[in-house]
Design a protein around this ligand. Structure first.
Ligand SMILES: [Zn+2]
Ligand SMILES: [Zn+2]
Length: 339
């Protein structure tokens, strides 16, 4: 079969690879659509040891089952499914507590087993969820990133935050904004250094829009909130500067969720956190509940993707990757491949 192969450091190319055969507990999917994740672009750019070529990447995918191992009873050939990107061990304390995303022995598609930048991919049936007919293949490939936005929302204790600010309007930020809207947030503030990305945020419901290149984000957000600050700030960029802005922009008693991982060490005002009882949580990956919620949000038409998602044929994958690595287009925030 055809696959977009990460053949060597800096080299992505179309290749012919062996067709997957389902081993015990597995199904093989005909991939309908697969997203290119920012983490994969970053891994290639940084020659990350977590993704070592030769490798077929791709962990955000959906498709139709074309083969199952004899012991698989929950799915059959012809079923439409979406996969979790993680393959938890199912036995450890985290897995038994339902926190499968924190499993220390988790596998990941396109990292320690072949991913879905290919015509077909094998997947353990236990990490698959049914995909309803009314959820399109392109939406199906966005279930995993949308579930990341749902997971962010699940980290919050406030039930009805009035003002939610999202820093970083890449795919995760644009999805987190829409989860916040579906979750009842009344005002969505988007922050990004790119006006093109802010226009995408506006198209999915954010208003006002702040660009830190020209706007003093913290004083602007205070002006919108009678001097208090946002109830919730989600940092989907993850630099030291954006994490600091998130903490400075949230009101006393408010909540900050960090999901980006661009930078690591971050200097913050400890007094802002202590004297204002501001809470900071991390958000990593997704649970099966998050995935089910994401499927439901798509099924009920709550998520806009037209303004910022662009599908390409799998054959163009190497070119699209090169573009994302060198000169990302301002026309879209998320590229998908259609095998
Ligand atoms: Zn991803
Ligand atoms: Zn586990």
């Amino acid at each position: 079969m055809k696959a977009l192969r990460y053949a060597a450091w800096d080299v992505l190319e179309m290749a012919t690879v062996d067709d997957p055969v389902p081993t015990a507990g597995e199904a093989v999917l005909q991939v309908a659509a697969v997203g290119i994740c920012g983490s994969e672009v970053e891994a290639v750019a940084a020659r990350s040891p977590r993704r070592t070529p030769p490798l077929v990447m791709g962990h955000e995918f959906c498709g139709e089952i074309v083969a199952v191992a004899p012991d698989v009873t929950e799915f059959k050939v012809g079923d439409r499914v979406v996969a979790s990107s993680l393959i938890p061990c199912g036995r450890c304390a985290s897995c038994r507590a339902g926190a499968v995303h924190l499993c220390p022995d988790r596998g990941i598609f396109g990292m320690n087993r072949p991913g879905a930048f290919a015509e077909r991919v094998a997947a353990p049936a236990r990490v698959l969820l049914p995909l309803p007919e009314r959820v399109s293949p392109v939406q199906g490939a966005l279930v995993e990133p949308l579930a990341n936005g749902v997971h962010v929302w699940s980290r919050l204790e406030q039930k009805f935050p009035e003002t939610v600010m999202v820093i970083g309007c890449g795919a995760i930020g644009l999805l987190a904004l829409q989860v916040a809207r579906a979750g009842g947030a009344l005002r969505l503030v988007a922050v990004d250094t790119s006006d093109a990305r802010l226009a995408m945020a506006h198209a999915v419901g954010a208003e006002p829009l702040l660009n830190p290149v020209r706007d003093a984000v913290v004083s602007e957000i205070r002006a919108f909130t009678r001097g208090r600050g946002a109830d919730v700030v989600i940092d989907a960029a993850g630099t030291a500067a954006t994490r600091r802005t998130a903490v400075e922009a949230v009101r006393p008693g408010g909540e900050v969720v960090w999901i980006g991982t661009h930078g690591d060490a971050t200097e913050l005002s400890g007094r802002d956190v202590v004297l204002g009882e501001r809470r900071i949580s991390g958000s990593y990956a997704v649970t099966y509940d998050d995935l089910r919620t994401a499927v439901a949000l798509f099924a009920h038409g709550r998520i806009e993707i037209e303004p910022w998602v662009r599908p390409f044929p799998l054959d163009e994958g190497a070119r699209v990757f090169r573009e994302l690595l060198t000169a990302p287009s301002a026309d879209y925030a998320k590229a998908l491949l259609l095998p």
